[in-house]
Ligand binder design. Sequence first.
Ligand SMILES: [Mn+2]
Length: 195
Amino acid sequence: MRRATVTRKTAETDISVEINLDGTGMYDNQTGVGFFDHMLDQLARHALIDMTIRCAGDLHIDDHHTVEDVGIALGQALTQAVGDKRGIVRYGACLLPMDDALVRAALDLSARPYLVWKVDFPTPQIKTFDTELVREFFQAFSTHGGITLHVEALDGINSHHIAEAAFKAVARALRDALETDPRKADAIPSTKGML
Ligand SMILES: [Mn+2]
C-alpha cells in the first residue's frame, strides 16, 4: 500500500495529513474552513485516495495560511506515498462537467512542478471563502507533489461549481495517473529510468 503521514507545524498552522493512494476514497477532513473541507473531500472521493486531514490554523487572520499549508503538506504526502513511481501510468487528464461549469485538468507526476492556471471566478468569495485561494492550494500542492498541472475552466457561471469542478477534474486525472500500468508494472515510466 502506498501510504504516507505528514505533520507540519509552523507559527501559522499545525497540520497532520494521512493518505493511502490505494484506498477507496474514504475521507475525514477538518481544517476549520467548511468550503475547503468540502473540496478536499471531493479530491479524496474522486481520486480514490483515503485521506484524513487536520489543521489548526490562524483563521482569525484569514483562510490563506490554512489553505496554502494544507496544499504543501498534502503535496509532501503525495511525494512520499508515490515513492519511485514504479509501474504507474504517470499521466492523467479529465474534462469534467458540473452543471454550468466545465473544467479541464491535465497532469504529469513528473517531479517537475509547474502550474498553468486559467480559472476565473465570477465572484471573489463563496460564502466567506476567497476564491483566489483555490489557485493558492493547487500552486502549493503541485509544487510539493512534484506535479506538472494544467487546469483550465472552459465554461461556468457559478463559483461553487467552478471550484468544485476543478477539484474533481484534478482528482480524476490524479486517479488515472496513479494507477498501475498493467503492461509495464515493473518499470519507471520514463526513458530516463527515473522520475
Ligand atoms: Mn458542492
